[in-house]
Design a protein around this ligand. Structure first.
Ligand code: NDP
Length: 314
């Protein structure tokens, strides 16, 4: 299909999590008439969480999906043009940049803010899917509090799993850490902390067969890959911490990324290697990954885009 653009806009925002909507709020207020495409999961990862208690301003907490409705309404009220649709391809080889929407039409834009987020990796078990939100979570910082004083399990052995296991160990009675090899990938210092924590029990060479429970999680069945021994552990929460995948595939070849696909931004800014292309939120952040940090970086991206467009005389 030819990439003849059918529409020209000043600023295109791709993605509708906290980063995308915050960028839209700021850009709309600055008079940039941003067009935002929501992507495959309008509202982003927060729409698959339950209660959010750590977003400042919600004194009594808020449901994740409800909070994202608030973000969207606020962006719309400021005048952002919010559209349902998916960016399926980009052509950043020359300016103005071009973005294909829904494999159907092309939009030309003077600046782009990429806020496509990241997706948690899952084990792929049917029970994990069935109990998602009912004891199964991919974010200990978001959901750990709901398991205060209870037993939980966590699967994974990288820095995220180690960090989350330590976080959970402060809230929960016991943390059962399921590690698929006989070694952890996490940095040495994190491993040492995990192993020195009395209420974290590590199950080496272990894989998860099934998360147990009808309507809510009440156990996990694992097996040892060396001995074949099966073990059932009673738990209330099951945390998956086996990594995230940034949603950056369509930008490959145009935008600098690290080896795992996270977009590189110039430290302290939202600027990518291409002038006029900015990135915010989880697609460029593998460390913090919080709604509030994503929103903050969305604000930065809108301000960077505004300054860029002003210097270009747009
Ligand atoms: P990683 O890719 O580093 O680790 C993923 C872990 O999950 C590995 O231990 C891996 O096992 C395990 N795993 C993957 N698939 C499965 C599966 N199907 N079943 C069971 N286990 C599985 O991801 P992280 O999110 O931990 O970290 C990502 C990056 O972010 C890293 O570079 C990390 O150092 C960094 N980070 C830094 C932090 C900090 O500095 N404070 C905090 C958090 C992350 P295996 O080892 O066998 O492959």
């Amino acid at each position: 299909m030819s990439n003849e653009a059918t529409e020209k806009v000043e600023l295109l925002i791709i993605g509708s999590g906290p980063a995308g909507y915050t960028a839209a709020i700021y850009a709309a207020r600055a008079g940039l008439k941003p067009v935002l495409y929501q992507g495959i999961q309008p509202g982003g990862q927060l729409t698959i969480t339950t209660e959010v208690e750590n977003y400042p301003g919600y004194a009594d907490g808020v449901q994740g999906p409800e909070m994202m409705v608030h973000f969207e309404k606020q962006a719309a009220r400021m005048g952002a043009d919010i559209r349902y649709g998916l960016a399926t391809k980009v052509d950043f080889s020359q300016q103005p940049y071009k973005v294909e929407i829904d494999e159907e039409s092309w939009i030309e834009t003077n600046a782009v803010i990429i806020c496509t987020g990241a997706s948690a990796k899952w084990l792929g078990l049917p029970s994990e899917q069935r109990l998602n939100g009912f004891g199964v979570s991919a974010c200990a910082v978001c959901d750990g509090f709901f398991f205060k004083g209870k037993e939980v399990a966590i699967v994974g052995a990288g820095d995220t799993a180690a960090e989350e296991a330590l976080y959970l160990s402060k809230l929960c009675t016991n943390v059962h850490m399921i590690v698929r090899r006989d070694a952890m990938r996490a940095s040495k210092v994190m491993q040492e902390r995990v192993l020195a924590t009395p209420n974290i029990k590590v199950y080496w060479n272990s894989e998860t067969d099934e998360i147990l429970g009808e309507n809510k999680t009440n156990g996990v069945r694992i097996h040892n890959t060396k001995t074949g021994e099966k073990t059932e552990v009673p738990i209330s929460g099951f945390f998956v911490a086996i990594g995230h995948q940034p949603n950056s595939d369509i930008f490959k070849g145009f935008i600098d990324m690290d080896e795992t696909g996270y977009i590189n931004t110039i430290p302290g800014t939202s600027k990518t290697n291409l002038e006029g292309v900015f990135a915010a939120g989880d697609v460029q952040d593998k460390t913090y990954r919080q709604a509030v940090t994503a929103a903050g970086s969305g604000c930065m991206a809108a301000l960077d885009a505004e300054r860029y467009l002003a210097t270009k005389g747009h």
